[in-house]
Design a protein around this ligand. Sequence first.
Ligand code: ATP
Length: 258
Amino acid sequence: MTVLRLTSVETLYQQRIRALSGVSLEVAKGEILAVLGQNGAGKTTLLRTIAGLIDDQPEKGGIELDGVQLGRRSPEAIARLGVAYVPEDRGLFRELTVAENLELGLWGRRGTEAREDLERMFSLFPILRERARQQADTLSGGEQQMLAIGRALLRRPRLLLLDEPSLGLAPLVAKAVFEVLAEVSRQGCAILLVEQNARLALRIAHRAAILEAGRVVLSGTARELESHRDVQQAYLGLGETQASDPGRFRLYQSRKRW
Ligand code: ATP
Protein backbone atom coordinates (compact mmCIF):
# COMPACT_ATOMS: atom_id res chain seq x y z
CA MET A 1 0.00 0.00 0.00
CA THR A 2 1.48 3.31 -1.12
CA VAL A 3 1.78 5.85 1.69
CA LEU A 4 3.73 8.59 -0.07
CA ARG A 5 3.58 9.34 -3.77
CA LEU A 6 5.47 12.19 -5.42
CA THR A 7 4.65 12.90 -9.04
CA SER A 8 6.91 15.18 -11.10
CA VAL A 9 7.65 17.50 -8.19
CA GLU A 10 9.43 20.78 -8.92
CA THR A 11 10.72 23.04 -6.14
CA LEU A 12 12.14 26.48 -6.68
CA TYR A 13 13.97 28.80 -4.31
CA GLN A 14 13.39 32.51 -4.84
CA GLN A 15 11.21 31.68 -7.86
CA ARG A 16 14.23 30.83 -10.00
CA ILE A 17 16.67 28.42 -8.37
CA ARG A 18 15.40 24.98 -9.36
CA ALA A 19 16.30 22.61 -6.54
CA LEU A 20 14.00 19.73 -7.53
CA SER A 21 13.12 18.84 -11.13
CA GLY A 22 10.44 16.29 -11.98
CA VAL A 23 10.98 14.13 -8.90
CA SER A 24 8.70 11.10 -8.79
CA LEU A 25 8.94 8.47 -6.11
CA GLU A 26 6.85 6.26 -3.86
CA VAL A 27 7.17 4.83 -0.37
CA ALA A 28 4.92 1.97 0.71
CA LYS A 29 3.70 1.10 4.20
CA GLY A 30 6.50 -0.57 6.14
CA GLU A 31 9.06 0.35 3.51
CA ILE A 32 12.34 2.27 3.82
CA LEU A 33 13.31 4.32 0.79
CA ALA A 34 16.88 5.63 0.98
CA VAL A 35 17.65 8.78 -0.99
CA LEU A 36 21.35 9.14 -1.67
CA GLY A 37 23.17 12.02 -3.31
CA GLN A 38 26.13 14.32 -3.07
CA ASN A 39 26.09 17.64 -1.20
CA GLY A 40 23.70 20.06 -2.81
CA ALA A 41 21.82 17.37 -4.75
CA GLY A 42 18.53 18.47 -3.22
CA LYS A 43 18.01 15.84 -0.52
CA THR A 44 17.11 18.27 2.26
CA THR A 45 14.95 20.24 -0.16
CA LEU A 46 13.06 17.04 -0.95
CA LEU A 47 12.25 16.42 2.72
CA ARG A 48 11.38 20.06 3.40
CA THR A 49 9.11 20.18 0.37
CA ILE A 50 7.17 17.12 1.57
CA ALA A 51 6.94 18.54 5.11
CA GLY A 52 5.55 21.83 3.74
CA LEU A 53 8.48 23.85 5.05
CA ILE A 54 9.32 25.73 1.84
CA ASP A 55 6.93 28.62 1.31
CA ASP A 56 4.64 28.35 -1.73
CA GLN A 57 6.30 25.15 -2.91
CA PRO A 58 6.21 22.75 -4.69
CA GLU A 59 5.94 24.86 -7.79
CA LYS A 60 4.55 21.88 -9.73
CA GLY A 61 3.70 18.25 -9.27
CA GLY A 62 1.78 16.21 -6.73
CA ILE A 63 2.56 15.02 -3.22
CA GLU A 64 0.06 12.52 -1.85
CA LEU A 65 -0.07 10.92 1.56
CA ASP A 66 -2.45 7.96 1.64
CA GLY A 67 -4.14 9.42 -1.42
CA VAL A 68 -4.60 12.89 0.13
CA GLN A 69 -2.87 15.76 -1.66
CA LEU A 70 -0.48 17.57 0.66
CA GLY A 71 0.02 20.29 -1.93
CA ARG A 72 0.81 23.54 -0.25
CA ARG A 73 -0.74 22.80 3.11
CA SER A 74 0.89 24.28 6.21
CA PRO A 75 3.62 22.28 8.00
CA GLU A 76 1.22 21.86 10.95
CA ALA A 77 -1.53 20.43 8.73
CA ILE A 78 0.94 18.07 7.06
CA ALA A 79 2.23 16.94 10.45
CA ARG A 80 -1.33 16.31 11.61
CA LEU A 81 -1.96 14.16 8.54
CA GLY A 82 0.86 11.88 9.73
CA VAL A 83 4.18 13.18 8.46
CA ALA A 84 6.98 13.45 11.03
CA TYR A 85 10.20 15.20 10.02
CA VAL A 86 13.50 14.80 11.86
CA PRO A 87 15.81 17.50 10.49
CA GLU A 88 19.57 17.20 10.24
CA ASP A 89 20.05 19.37 13.35
CA ARG A 90 17.52 17.11 15.14
CA GLY A 91 15.28 20.01 16.13
CA LEU A 92 15.42 19.33 19.86
CA PHE A 93 14.71 21.85 22.60
CA ARG A 94 18.21 21.71 23.93
CA GLU A 95 17.50 23.37 27.25
CA LEU A 96 14.58 21.13 28.09
CA THR A 97 14.93 17.68 29.56
CA VAL A 98 14.45 14.44 27.67
CA ALA A 99 11.04 13.99 29.34
CA GLU A 100 9.97 17.53 28.40
CA ASN A 101 11.02 17.01 24.78
CA LEU A 102 9.02 13.80 24.69
CA GLU A 103 6.01 15.49 26.24
CA LEU A 104 6.05 17.97 23.36
CA GLY A 105 6.04 14.99 21.00
CA LEU A 106 2.79 13.88 22.58
CA TRP A 107 1.13 17.17 21.57
CA GLY A 108 -0.71 17.51 24.82
CA ARG A 109 -2.01 13.94 24.80
CA ARG A 110 -2.15 12.29 28.21
CA GLY A 111 -3.90 9.20 29.51
CA THR A 112 -3.57 5.52 28.73
CA GLU A 113 -2.99 5.78 25.00
CA ALA A 114 -0.23 8.35 25.39
CA ARG A 115 1.42 6.20 28.09
CA GLU A 116 1.28 3.18 25.78
CA ASP A 117 2.92 5.19 23.02
CA LEU A 118 5.63 6.26 25.44
CA GLU A 119 6.19 2.66 26.56
CA ARG A 120 6.42 1.46 22.95
CA MET A 121 8.96 4.19 22.21
CA PHE A 122 10.99 3.39 25.35
CA SER A 123 11.12 -0.26 24.30
CA LEU A 124 12.84 0.93 21.08
CA PHE A 125 15.14 3.39 22.88
CA PRO A 126 15.53 2.17 26.52
CA ILE A 127 18.34 4.67 27.12
CA LEU A 128 15.84 7.55 26.90
CA ARG A 129 14.07 6.31 30.00
CA GLU A 130 17.35 6.36 31.90
CA ARG A 131 18.09 9.85 30.64
CA ALA A 132 14.56 11.22 31.20
CA ARG A 133 15.58 13.97 33.65
CA GLN A 134 18.70 14.99 31.80
CA GLN A 135 18.84 18.18 29.75
CA ALA A 136 18.78 17.37 26.02
CA ASP A 137 22.03 19.19 25.23
CA THR A 138 23.92 17.03 27.72
CA LEU A 139 23.10 13.85 25.77
CA SER A 140 25.60 12.22 23.44
CA GLY A 141 25.07 12.69 19.70
CA GLY A 142 23.58 9.23 19.40
CA GLU A 143 21.21 9.78 22.32
CA GLN A 144 20.10 13.10 20.83
CA GLN A 145 19.33 11.38 17.53
CA MET A 146 17.38 8.71 19.42
CA LEU A 147 15.44 11.42 21.27
CA ALA A 148 14.63 13.20 18.01
CA ILE A 149 13.41 9.98 16.39
CA GLY A 150 11.63 8.83 19.57
CA ARG A 151 9.81 12.15 19.85
CA ALA A 152 8.74 11.93 16.19
CA LEU A 153 7.41 8.39 16.74
CA LEU A 154 5.14 9.54 19.57
CA ARG A 155 2.99 11.18 16.92
CA ARG A 156 2.29 7.77 15.41
CA PRO A 157 3.42 8.98 11.99
CA ARG A 158 2.34 7.31 8.76
CA LEU A 159 5.57 8.60 7.26
CA LEU A 160 8.88 9.39 8.90
CA LEU A 161 11.24 11.77 7.09
CA LEU A 162 14.84 11.55 8.28
CA ASP A 163 17.68 13.84 7.25
CA GLU A 164 21.13 12.30 7.73
CA PRO A 165 20.45 10.44 10.98
CA SER A 166 23.97 8.99 11.03
CA LEU A 167 25.68 12.39 10.82
CA GLY A 168 28.35 12.82 13.48
CA LEU A 169 27.70 9.46 15.12
CA ALA A 170 30.29 6.81 15.86
CA PRO A 171 29.86 3.82 13.50
CA LEU A 172 28.49 1.49 16.17
CA VAL A 173 26.04 4.10 17.43
CA ALA A 174 24.85 4.83 13.88
CA LYS A 175 24.38 1.11 13.34
CA ALA A 176 22.28 0.86 16.51
CA VAL A 177 20.08 3.79 15.40
CA PHE A 178 19.61 2.19 11.98
CA GLU A 179 18.63 -1.13 13.54
CA VAL A 180 15.85 0.69 15.38
CA LEU A 181 14.75 2.31 12.11
CA ALA A 182 14.48 -1.14 10.55
CA GLU A 183 12.28 -2.20 13.46
CA VAL A 184 10.12 0.93 13.10
CA SER A 185 9.54 0.06 9.45
CA ARG A 186 8.66 -3.53 10.38
CA GLN A 187 6.00 -2.08 12.66
CA GLY A 188 4.43 -0.48 9.57
CA CYS A 189 5.78 3.06 9.36
CA ALA A 190 6.93 4.26 5.93
CA ILE A 191 10.38 5.85 6.08
CA LEU A 192 12.10 8.23 3.68
CA LEU A 193 15.73 8.25 4.69
CA VAL A 194 18.18 10.81 3.32
CA GLU A 195 21.76 9.69 3.94
CA GLN A 196 25.35 10.36 2.99
CA ASN A 197 26.37 7.03 4.47
CA ALA A 198 25.23 4.93 1.53
CA ARG A 199 26.56 1.67 2.89
CA LEU A 200 24.58 1.96 6.10
CA ALA A 201 21.45 3.23 4.37
CA LEU A 202 21.41 0.47 1.75
CA ARG A 203 21.76 -2.14 4.48
CA ILE A 204 18.33 -1.33 5.94
CA ALA A 205 16.55 0.20 2.93
CA HIS A 206 14.20 -1.79 0.74
CA ARG A 207 14.56 0.57 -2.19
CA ALA A 208 16.79 3.50 -2.98
CA ALA A 209 17.00 6.48 -5.30
CA ILE A 210 19.97 8.57 -6.33
CA LEU A 211 19.37 12.28 -6.52
CA GLU A 212 21.65 14.40 -8.61
CA ALA A 213 21.16 18.12 -9.28
CA GLY A 214 17.52 17.85 -8.20
CA ARG A 215 16.68 14.83 -10.36
CA VAL A 216 16.27 11.15 -9.62
CA VAL A 217 18.90 9.66 -11.91
CA LEU A 218 18.74 6.07 -10.74
CA SER A 219 16.42 4.02 -8.57
CA GLY A 220 15.71 0.42 -7.79
CA THR A 221 15.82 -2.05 -4.95
CA ALA A 222 18.57 -1.55 -2.39
CA ARG A 223 20.20 -4.78 -3.61
CA GLU A 224 20.17 -3.53 -7.22
CA LEU A 225 21.79 -0.24 -6.29
CA GLU A 226 24.33 -1.90 -4.02
CA SER A 227 25.45 -4.01 -6.97
CA HIS A 228 25.40 -1.21 -9.53
CA ARG A 229 28.85 -0.27 -10.69
CA ASP A 230 28.27 3.49 -10.64
CA VAL A 231 26.86 3.35 -7.11
CA GLN A 232 29.75 1.21 -5.97
CA GLN A 233 32.25 3.68 -7.37
CA ALA A 234 30.56 6.93 -6.36
CA TYR A 235 28.99 5.97 -3.03
CA LEU A 236 30.46 2.74 -1.71
CA GLY A 237 34.12 3.47 -2.39
CA LEU A 238 34.63 0.30 -4.38
CA GLY A 239 37.01 0.18 -7.33
CA GLU A 240 36.24 -0.83 -10.92
CA THR A 241 37.65 -4.31 -10.49
CA GLN A 242 35.35 -5.20 -7.62
CA ALA A 243 32.28 -3.88 -9.38
CA SER A 244 29.86 -6.23 -11.04
CA ASP A 245 28.16 -5.82 -14.38
CA PRO A 246 25.34 -3.29 -14.05
CA GLY A 247 23.74 -4.66 -17.22
CA ARG A 248 22.30 -7.63 -15.41
CA PHE A 249 20.14 -5.47 -13.17
CA ARG A 250 16.81 -4.17 -14.30
CA LEU A 251 16.64 -0.66 -12.94
CA TYR A 252 13.26 0.81 -13.57
CA GLN A 253 14.56 4.31 -13.94
CA SER A 254 17.94 5.18 -15.30
CA ARG A 255 17.92 8.43 -17.19
CA LYS A 256 21.62 8.83 -17.62
CA ARG A 257 24.96 7.40 -16.74
CA TRP A 258 26.71 9.50 -14.13
P1 ATP B 1 23.52 18.78 1.74
O1 ATP B 1 23.71 17.35 2.00
O2 ATP B 1 24.80 19.53 1.50
O3 ATP B 1 22.60 19.48 2.70
P2 ATP B 1 21.33 18.49 -0.09
O4 ATP B 1 21.38 17.37 -1.07
O5 ATP B 1 20.48 18.33 1.09
O6 ATP B 1 22.82 18.86 0.31
P3 ATP B 1 19.88 20.93 -0.55
O7 ATP B 1 20.27 21.53 0.75
O8 ATP B 1 18.51 20.43 -0.70
O9 ATP B 1 20.90 19.76 -0.93
O10 ATP B 1 20.18 21.99 -1.70
C1 ATP B 1 19.81 21.80 -3.07
C2 ATP B 1 20.14 23.05 -3.85
O11 ATP B 1 19.29 24.13 -3.47
C3 ATP B 1 21.56 23.54 -3.66
O12 ATP B 1 22.04 23.99 -4.89
C4 ATP B 1 21.41 24.66 -2.68
O13 ATP B 1 22.42 25.62 -2.85
C5 ATP B 1 20.05 25.23 -3.03
N1 ATP B 1 19.40 25.82 -1.86
C6 ATP B 1 19.14 25.19 -0.70
N2 ATP B 1 18.50 26.02 0.18
C7 ATP B 1 18.35 27.19 -0.47
C8 ATP B 1 17.77 28.46 -0.12
N3 ATP B 1 17.17 28.65 1.06
N4 ATP B 1 17.81 29.44 -1.04
C9 ATP B 1 18.38 29.25 -2.24
N5 ATP B 1 18.93 28.08 -2.64
C10 ATP B 1 18.93 27.07 -1.78
